[in-house]
Design a protein around this ligand. Structure first.
Ligand SMILES: [Zn+2]
Length: 317
């Protein structure tokens, strides 16, 4: 056996949910570093941004939405393909499920493998997993940018660059200056980079910053309610991604093997970022992808439940 329990299998403590208002039309469902859900309330319809991991878990989001509006939930928007964000979609019975073409392509290519892998990595996050009817298939697929009017409310759905995945999509409310970033930005939570484009990620963060958001709902962590908090979220994510990738590239240049690079990177990052949730879970996946990108794999390789465990044994065993 390994010293550390695989991924987040030892994380079983339920988190406290917050339902925070960012503007009259924007809310955030957050849970102390567990995956967030964003809510946009238009004039006649509601959009949910990322779904929670199962339809049963989605019911708690719906209950909170019903405390502020009776409008129908017509749209589910997927910021990217990860199972923990998309498999609750059926719980909302939406008219449309929106995703970028790159996200759609990733679901086709690796959705099934990702579902099995994620459920084994983090069982707590898939409460009532038997209620998941299968993969979530988008019904409305766009290229790069989609503008949606929910009555008078303009909603900009944009792919501003690759980072956490190839398909990353943000939702921007220009009138309220509220941004829903998905996992491109985390706050007090470790960025997962196992499927990332690490060279591109900081450039994409620049594009998010250029929108000059007043408020931001990150993929994990508390809703950022002031420009200062937004800046902290963007800078913290950038600092982690950059420091991690730089450490791995240095190890590659100096000819060290993956296991050695992992332990050196862990030691370097732990003092600065070790207090962020899921640090120990993410870092082996993060360093493995960084090593791939720094050596021979332009695109992230597919994680399977089997590959997850082999990697963990190699780095932590
Ligand atoms: Zn993700």
């Amino acid at each position: 056996m390994t010293d550390k329990a695989f991924a987040s299998q030892a994380d079983v403590e339920e988190k406290n949910v917050s339902f925070d208002k960012l503007s009259d039309r924007a809310y955030a469902y957050t849970a102390e570093g567990d995956p967030n859900t964003g809510i946009v309330i238009g004039d006649e319809a509601v959009m949910v941004i990322d779904t929670q991991a199962t339809p049963v878990m989605a019911q708690d989001v719906i209950r909170r939405i019903r405390s502020v509006t009776d409008e129908p939930i017509e749209y589910v928007m997927l910021t990217h393909y990860h199972a923990v964000r998309v498999l609750g979609a059926s719980g909302y019975r939406p008219r449309h499920i929106i995703a970028s073409r790159d996200t759609y392509d990733l679901i086709v290519e690796r959705g099934e493998a990702d579902m099995k892998s994620e459920i084994e990595r983090f069982p707590r996050l898939f409460r009532a997993v038997e209620s998941v009817p299968g993969l979530t298939w988008p019904t409305l697929v766009f290229d790069k940018r989609l503008t949606l009017w929910l009555g008078k409310l303009r909603v900009e759905i944009m792919q501003l660059g690759r980072g956490h995945t190839k398909g990353d999509t943000v939702v921007w409310l220009p009138d309220d200056r509220v941004l829903f970033s998905g996992d491109l930005v985390e706050f007090g939570a470790t960025p997962y980079t196992g499927d990332a484009y690490l060279t591109d990620w900081p450039v994409t963060l620049d594009a998010l910053e250029a929108l000059n958001p007043a408020k931001l709902v990150p993929g994990r962590g508390a809703a950022l309610q002031t420009p200062d908090d937004v800046k902290q979220g963007l800078e913290g994510t950038r600092a982690f991604v950059t420091a991690m990738f730089d450490a791995v590239k240095r190890g590659v240049e100096e000819g060290r093997d993956l296991r050695t690079i992992y332990h050196e990177t862990y030691a370097e990052l732990k003092p600065k970022f070790g207090h962020w949730v899921i640090f120990d879970h993410c870092l082996p996946f993060d360093v493995t992808r960084a090593y791939d990108e720094a050596t021979s794999f332009r695109d992230p390789r597919v994680w399977t439940a089997q590959r997850d465990k082999e990697m963990w044994q190699t780095l932590e065993g």
